[in-house]
Design a protein around this ligand. Structure first.
Ligand code: FAD
Ligand code: NAP
Length: 312
């Protein structure tokens, strides 16, 4: 039986593995269906991980040493996709590749994915001008004009964040009414740097080998197509939590989740099921940053260690 099973090998899962093994747990396996590193490995530039401030640092560069460090302290990596976690009395069963693995504790770190809006050029320029994280990439557009797509709380809050850094922010939204909370809408309306582009969608994102150069905006009310020469476009059209491993046969979740499918945890990353922890982007109120995911993982790893020691 495993002392601890970690599901997902991004910053949260790897750090959980580091703390659990270095803290003394002997039998810890991280199930990561791809190469360890997580979604930050898709990023061409990261400059907000503390202590890392190097020209041209990619997400892949940042994550490259993490698995080796974990392996050194005894973390095993099983490159398989977990299909389900279920309870088995005081322990857990991990269903993976047609097999069942028993574990005393489980740390789930499967992340979440920002939704795509599916306009022409979105994939081609993703990571090269098109992004889904203002905290990560906003600074790259300091004193430049950017566009934001979406009309929910995330889009408007991030537009306000970007307005602090950028010279102008166009908010492109497909309706006239906003889904975001009224006070947020009022703050956006009052912000002189934000221009609303309503009843509108993106027909096409265009650019060249260097990256995005702008977007062509189409209107649903018959106005002529508009070209915005913004080299940064932030897409905020919702988010999908990767939580399917928590789903049970009757479609319920093994632990409590909120309306958006984010796992409800306390400050120790504990779910409402003893021995089950969630860390990183998939948990409630996650800041969706590498440093925060790593911190969550460290806390969850230490908690799993305490749980095993208490039970033995
Ligand atoms: P993830 O990194 O999403 O890792 C989850 C892992 O779980 C994945 O590797 C996945 O393969 C695995 N997995 C999922 N389901 C299963 C399963 N069923 N079985 C086995 N494995 C599974 N953050 C910053 O701090 N600064 C930045 O500049 C920055 N830039 C970013 C740029 C881009 C393009 C992207 C996409 C993200 C960026 N982020 C940035 C956000 C950062 O990457 C995330 O906050 C962080 O990776 C979350 O870590 P995590 O471990 O919670 O989840
Ligand atoms: P959301 O509320 O689902 O909003 C998504 C927005 O994107 C909507 O305005 C939607 O338009 C638009 N959209 C969706 N698909 C699109 C497409 N293909 N093309 C163009 N536009 C598209 O998502 P969210 O803003 O990420 O928020 C998720 C949840 O978290 C919400 O319940 C939100 O209240 C909550 N949240 C709360 C806070 C806070 O309380 N401070 C902060 C962030 C998020 P329509 O409006 O026309 O559908």
């Amino acid at each position: 039986m495993l002392d601890c099973a970690i599901i997902g090998g991004g910053p949260a899962g790897l750090t959980a593995g580091l703390y659990a093994t270095r803290g003394g747990l002997k039998n810890v396996t991280m199930f990561e269906m791809g190469m360890p590193g997580g979604q930050i490995t898709q990023s061409s530039e990261i400059e907000n991980y503390p202590g890392v401030f190097r020209e041209g640092m990619t997400g892949l560069d940042l994550m490259e040493p993490w698995p080796e460090q974990c392996k050194h302290f005894g973390l095993k990596h099983d490159m398989k996709e977990v299909s389900k976690i279920r309870k088995n009395g005081d322990t857990f069963i991990i269903e993976v590749g047609g097999e069942e693995v028993e574990a005393k504790t489980v740390i789930v770190c499967t992340g979440s994915k920002p939704r795509r809006a599916n306009f022409n050029g979105e994939e081609e320029f993703f990571g090269r001008g098109v992004g889904t994280c203002a905290t990560c990439d906003g600074f790259f557009y300091k004193n430049k004009e950017v566009s934001v797509l979406g009309g929910g709380d995330t889009a408007l809050e991030e537009a306000l964040y970007l307005a602090n850094i950028c010279s102008k922010v166009y908010v492109i939204h497909r309706r006239e009414e906003f889904r975001a909370a009224p006070p947020t809408v009022e703050r956006v309306m009052a912000n002189e740097k934000i221009e609303l582009v309503l009843n509108a969608g993106i027909d096409e994102a265009f650019g060249d080998a260097m990256g995005l150069q702008g977007v062509k905006v189409g209107f649903t009310d018959g106005r002529e197509q508009l070209t915005l020469d913004t080299s940064g476009l932030f897409v905020f059209v919702g988010n999908d939590v990767t939580n399917k491993v928590l789903k049970q046969d009757d479609d319920s979740f093994i632990c409590a989740v909120n309306d958006y499918g984010e796992v409800i945890v306390d400050l120790n990353m504990k779910t409402d099921v003893p021995g089950l922890y969630a860390a990183g982007d998939m948990r409630i109120n996650s800041a969706k940053q590498v440093v925060c995911a790593a911190s969550d993982g460290a806390i969850a790893g230490m908690q799993a260690l305490h749980h095993v020691l208490e039970q033995s």
